[in-house]
Design a protein around this ligand. Structure first.
Ligand code: BG6
Ligand code: MG
Length: 220
């Protein structure tokens, strides 16, 4: 079969945690007097916490920051972010997402998460999503974050499926690039779908079913 596995990004694809990332960075930037807006936020999608801070600091005009000061800033952002995550429940998963994951599982596709986030396990547990996936590849297991393909290649390895038989679902330009560099097919969701850079653009999460169906001849 042409496609045997689907690898999902987490933040902004399976859940709206991308909003919490934005709100946490916004609070930190406001406290430090650094300009930050939704447009700059687009560049933070898919990249690590540390790289996100470097992008935000492009607008910082103060004295050079030490590595310790930067660490304090990323720790503070994560503390704010985790306070949002702490309020999440299984009800935060859209019905569309659950039914689509179930349909794919029922048709015997292998499913994985491929996320740059070190909070992945915590989020999957809070929202009761972990059980849908055969493998999780996340920010605690890799050395280079998206657009590097490492996180997706690791997911494929954990699934024991060749990269060319995987389809990546992403909301970040960096994530689509990572999927392509991994030699996988790509589907863009949310903001990335407007960029027209992926093999497929999804309006709704469940649009994934006919796409996978077309690749495999399975009626989903
Ligand atoms: C990605 C987000 O999923 O995870 C990025 O799109 C974020 O915005 C990255 O920086 C790392 O997340 P965390 O939870 O480890 O700070
Ligand atoms: Mg994302």
């Amino acid at each position: 079969m042409d496609t045997e596995a689907v690898i999902f990004d987490l933040d902004g694809v399976l859940l709206h945690t991308d909003r919490f990332h934005y709100l946490a960075w916004k609070q930190l930037s406001d406290e430090k007097g650094i300009y930050f807006d939704e447009e700059i936020n687009q560049r933070l999608r898919g990249v690590s916490r540390e790289q996100s801070l470097e992008i935000i600091l492009e607008r910082y005009g103060g004295p050079a920051l030490t590595p310790e000061e930067k660490k304090q800033m990323t720790d503070k952002k994560n503390e704010i972010y985790r306070s949002f995550l702490g309020q999440m429940t299984p009800a935060d998963v859209a019905d569309d997402v659950r039914t689509t994951l179930l349909a794919l599982r029922k048709a015997d596709f292998r499913l994985a998460v491929g996320s740059s986030s070190k909070n992945t396990r915590f989020i999957l547990d809070k929202t009761d999503l972990a059980g849908y996936f055969d493998a999780v590849s996340d920010g605690t297991m890799i050395r280079r974050t998206k657009p590097d393909p490492e996180v997706f290649l690791l997911a494929a390895e954990l699934l024991a499926i060749r990269p060319e038989k995987c389809l990546v679902v992403e909301d970040a330009a960096a994530g689509i690039e990572a999927g392509k560099r991994a030699g996988m097919k790509t589907a863009a969701f949310g903001d990335a779908a407007k960029l027209r850079i992926a093999d497929h653009d999804l309006n709704r999460f469940s649009d994934l079913l006919p796409i996978v169906g077309n690749y495999t001849g399975v009626n989903l």
